[in-house]
Design a protein around this ligand. Sequence first.
Ligand code: URA
Length: 190
Amino acid sequence: MEYTWNDIEQHVAACTNCSLSKTRQRPVMGRGNYQADIMLIAEAPGGQEDQQGLPFVGRSGEILDRLLQDCGLSREEIYITNILKCHPPGNRDPKEAEKEACFPYLKYETYLLKPRIIACLGRIAAQRIISADFKITRQHGAWTYRKGCALTATYHPSAILRDPSKYEVVKADFCEIVKKRNEILCQKES
Ligand code: URA
């Protein structure tokens, strides 16, 4: 049986696959355009996201919106999700068991969206999606290709909150994502 977006959202809403279901306020399903070519994958909902049940509504979300705007993108054109759908207490790193328990949801999101570009935001997503030894400092902005999808990673917006000088670096990576999207769309047309 094929799942729909609504089915996945309902499964996420009722999920008890790991112990984060006991501490979360609200699970956070991915959001955005179901026809998007670009899928952003981050780490896990923060405190604000946990309260509202929506991805990137806190301070990292403000930075994300600025980055999107500065390279001519908007949330309406992309799909944003997280490796974990529930907030880890104290914003600690996700545990292996939590990432595994949540992975089927990300797989379904990817299957339904069929993105042409996946951009990981931060080390946790890059190491789960691109390669286990991914070094964000050295490899951000690099591209790999898998099953017709271009994959890249850049710093998580929260890294910019800690070190504002990273803004321009991440902006350059975001602009390359837009360039790659345009290249892919041109190939599709020709
Ligand atoms: N940080 C994340 O990784 N994801 C969110 O949704 C918000 C903050």
